[in-house]
Design a protein around this ligand. Structure first.
Ligand code: NDP
Length: 253
């Protein structure tokens, strides 16, 4: 594979499974050194081993990024250990479904804490380092990619608070893009449709049954499909910024 990202350092949040795990492997295959962040240390250690076995460089950082101090220290540790920061993939997230009148209110807090507060804390801590990297060789451009969702574009019953978090990510991403783009920090939004990961598994059995009954998508996307889209976004030439990318399974209407 072409090592377009050689010499760069990336952070991928939510790298212990699903889209984040595939993205870390993909960015490492393009030559980036990758800090992988999530709560499950054993999963991160296995991923780091996999990247190192293919000759790559990776660093496991076990952190709960809903805690602002842990998010900040994940960024600081990346820069201390790997030397710089060029790419932040804000991917960690949670989708808990239920009606507004019946869903456990703690589910709302948990989604807001990771899908929004975690993303904000990582972004705030990373920005000075990204701006520094954007003015430095070898790349002279830096990237933030925020993983939103089709649920950031379209609303459905039982998705209300998840919808709210992802619609919010969309607005925040575009505002930030306009704030920092002139300093050569590209900010991109990626909105996947259905991807086969652990995302649905955190729901109640009733929700899972209802989702399975209404599932008419013959073939879901695989995490690798989204990882390749992210790699496309962060390997564009300096002059080219993919501000938004909506990636759907062909079989999803
Ligand atoms: P997974 O459940 O497989 O991955 C979620 C990741 O987030 C895990 O690595 C998890 O790690 C991490 N995470 C959750 N909470 C925290 C926390 N407090 N601190 C740090 N890390 C955390 O799901 P996906 O790969 O599908 O989800 C990735 C992103 O893609 C999410 O933002 C999701 O909303 C979005 N998305 C997914 C779609 C899909 O169909 N799968 C469609 C559209 C968007 P750990 O538990 O180890 O902390």
């Amino acid at each position: 594979m072409n090592k377009h990202l050689a010499g760069t350092v990336a952070i991928v949040t939510g790298a212990s499974s699903g889209i984040g795990r595939s993205t870390a492997l993909e960015l490492a295959a393009h030559g980036a050194s990758v800090a992988v962040v999530a709560r499950r240390q054993d999963h991160l250690d296995a991923l780091v081993g996999e990247i190192q076995n293919t000759g790559g460089t990776a660093l496991a950082i076990a952190a709960d990024i809903t805690d602002r101090a842990q998010a900040t220290s994940a960024v600081e540790r990346t820069v201390a250990d790997l030397g710089r920061l060029d790419i932040l993939i804000n991917n960690a997230g949670l989708m808990l479904l239920g009606t507004v009148s019946e869903q456990d209110i703690q589910d709302w807090d948990r989604m807001i804490a990771i899908n929004q507060t975690g993303l904000l804390s990582m972004t705030r801590a990373a920005l000075p380092h990204l701006q520094a990297a954007a003015t430095r060789e070898p790349r002279r451009v830096a990237d933030i990619v925020n993983i939103s969702s089709i649920a950031g574009r379209v609303a459905w019953p039982t998705f209300g608070v998840y919808n709210m978090t992802k619609f919010g990510v969309n607005g925040f991403t575009e505002a930030l893009r306009q704030e920092v783009t002139k300093s050569h920090v590209r900010v991109g939004l990626l909105e996947p449709g259905a991807v086969e990961t652990e995302l649905v598994s955190h729901n109640t059995d009733d929700v899972k049954k209802a989702l399975a009954a209404s599932d008419d998508i013959a073939e879901w996307l695989q995490p690798q499909d989204i990882a390749e889209s992210i790699a496309y976004m962060v390997t564009r030439p300096r002059r080219s910024s993919i501000a938004e990318l909506w990636a759907m399974p062909t079989a999803q209407a």
